[in-house]
Design a protein around this ligand. Structure first.
Ligand SMILES: C[S@@+](CC[C@H](N)C(=O)[O-])C[C@H]1O[C@@H](n2cnc3c(N)ncnc32)[C@H](O)[C@@H]1O
Length: 215
């Protein structure tokens, strides 16, 4: 089942990304915006926005009548994101400290959601997708890139919070992952990109998925 104390995972995740916030490393595993088809006036949520690169691009796409909101657990990341937005004079943007398992937003707040290489860090993926479903408006959509496995990882890896922080120990099988999206109520679930690779000797898959909340 993996690490029982959810705070242990979050502590290790925050420690890792507080350090990462200081450098320029690429933390993405997909290009979600090209598939999200945002429209002028949309409200869009970026889950685990990191330094806010895609949040800023989304804000530009939805224009002044829309808004992009970036949420992240790690406040150091959000400090960098805020600076980045300021440098580019982006006004229709907000960065919020928070946890993707308990979104601090009212029901039906967004037209679209995106997340790039984040949800594998969450202890309860089903809960994350229920939360995304809750905050999307009817007919809203998400595009998510994330890492999954071909077979379940050994318990020794699933029990190690450091491995969860390394985009590794928290990865579940593709089947379990897609099932959590379906159970949350999403429709028209589509795999837009699928790339197989080896991570620490284990068969991993990088997925980009789009799905809709029914109208
Ligand atoms: C691999 S980085 C990706 C950042 C960004 N999406 C990108 O593509 O550049 C993962 C980000 O997810 C954040 N994160 C991890 N677990 C989270 C959680 N439970 N709630 C909110 N953010 C989380 C981390 O702080 C980090 O900024």
């Amino acid at each position: 089942m993996g690490v029982n104390n959810v705070n242990e995972i979050k502590n290790k995740v925050e420690l890792r990304y507080a350090k990462e916030s200081e450098n320029e490393s690429n933390l993405s595993c997909g290009n979600n915006l090209s598939f999200l088809e945002l429209e002028s006036g949309d409200r869009v949520l970026d889950l685990g926005c990191g330094r806010g690169i895609e949040t800023i691009d989304a804000a530009k796409l939805v224009g002044e009548s829309g808004k992009a909101v970036g949420l992240d657990l790690t406040s150091n990341m959000l400090n960098v994101a805020e600076e980045n937005a300021k440098k580019q004079n982006i006004a229709n943007i907000e960065f919020v400290v928070g946890d993707i398992e308990n979104l601090p937003f009212e029901n039906e707040s967004f037209n679209a959601a995106m997340s790039n290489c984040v949800i594998n860090h969450a202890r309860d993926k089903s809960r994350v997708y229920q939360e995304i479903h809750r905050v999307l408006k009817d007919g809203g959509k998400f595009v998510v890139s994330d890492a999954v496995t071909k077979s379940p990882l050994p318990e020794s890896i699933k029990n190690d919070p450091l491995q969860w922080a390394s985009c590794f120990g928290g990865a579940i099988t593709e089947k379990e992952y897609l099932s959590s999206i379906k159970k949350a109520g999403f429709k028209e679930i589509e795999i837009l990109k699928r790339r197989e690779y080896l991570k620490n000797g284990y068969a991993f898959i990088s997925l980009t998925i789009r799905a809709y909340k029914a109208r």
